[in-house]
Unconditional design. Sequence first.
Length: 214
Amino acid sequence: MSNNLSAPNGPGRPKDLAKRQAILDAAKILFLSNGYANTSMDAVAAEAGVSKLTVYSHFNDKETLFSAAVVAKCEEQLPPDFFELPDGIAVEKVLLNIARGFHQLINSDESVNLHRLIMTLGSQDPKLSLIFFEAGPERMLHGMERLLAKVDQSGALHIEKPRNAAEHFFCLLKGAGNFRLLYGCGEPLTGDAAESHVQEVVGLFMRAYRLATA
């Protein structure tokens, strides 16, 4: 499995970012509607309105394209700079931004449908599950782990095991509501209810790691 999200740029002009985005958008549509195995690079090229050569110039293979599509979806709600700890910004505010973005991401139609797809295909193609996990959940956990290590170093909270704390944070945000949504027996929290859930989780997380210093 390739770890590169796109082929390296050669000499000449930078790659056309608009075409790259069109390819990613097309890939997300086709992977969700047709499944991974039934989505070809030819089909992605046709959906994006570009040549097959253009698709391969941006993405080395279908695995790389799938990984990049998952990363792109995650970064719509959780850009990399969300996991920074700027000077003068309260830790609680940083956590609230991440919590709101993550909660919106996991409850989106695209995310729910993709999770269902992976759950269906995972036993048939464990490699596909690994690609998804590394590009999505694992990547966000790494970002959160690094952030919480910085929070611990700053003294704002006492977090001995940042990786464990990152997992606790995201699992609390998912809660039972996301399970009900995945199983098709519930609706996503929205508006004031979603904000109340996010505030409650962040408040609980802050109290838990402040208590560790007592």
